[in-house]
Design a protein around this ligand. Structure first.
Ligand SMILES: [Fe+2]
Ligand SMILES: [Fe+2]
Length: 168
């Protein structure tokens, strides 16, 4: 194990106990998923990739960047946005809103701003953490599109969310 999984999970847990994060479950994502499930899946995948690649990462910044990468807080359908328009504009919106609520480091800002690269060509990922979130996001999104019936990560995310919501 290259990185501290306990530390990573405790950072995720902290975020999953925050009502501002929990409310992301109101916003739909690809095919039956929602933004909270999606972000948990991306966070888990990003850590798995770091381990596979044996990349030493900053656990806190990766956890926060992954969990906040889609913190744009609107429904794409209700806003009437095309996939392209949403794809190009939401990283900036997510970064600004997340910075306002969570006071981000420069690396965390870039993780969010760069996650759609190369679509947002002028904003590439500039750290290992940002590359991991960008890759994990594409991987999770592809699974959400391709196999809506097999979303293991989504199910785990929902279980965690339900557990937290039960506690409230
Ligand atoms: Fe995104
Ligand atoms: Fe995403």
């Amino acid at each position: 194990m290259t990185n501290d999984k306990e530390l990573y999970d405790s950072e995720l847990e902290k975020l999953l106990n925050d009502p501002r994060i929990i409310r992301l479950c109101q916003f739909p994502q690809h095919h039956g998923s929602n933004t909270l499930d999606h972000c948990v899946a991306v966070a888990r995948r990003a850590f798995e990739l770091a381990e596979k690649l044996e990349w030493k990462i900053d656990e806190k910044e990766l956890a926060r960047g992954a969990m906040l990468h889609d913190y744009y807080q609107y429904s794409i359908k209700e806003e009437g946005l095309t996939a392209y328009k949403h794809g190009t504009r939401h990283p900036q919106i997510a970064m600004e809103k997340a910075d306002k609520d969570f006071n981000l480091t420069d690396k965390e800002k870039n993780i969010i701003r760069g996650h759609m690269w190369p679509l947002t060509f002028a904003h590439p990922p500039k750290s290992k953490e940002a590359i991991l979130v960008s890759l994990a996001d594409k991987d999770v999104a592809a699974r959400e599109f391709a196999r809506p019936e097999i979303r293991r990560a989504g199910r785990i995310a929902r279980k965690i969310r339900d557990r937290i919501l039960e506690k409230k």
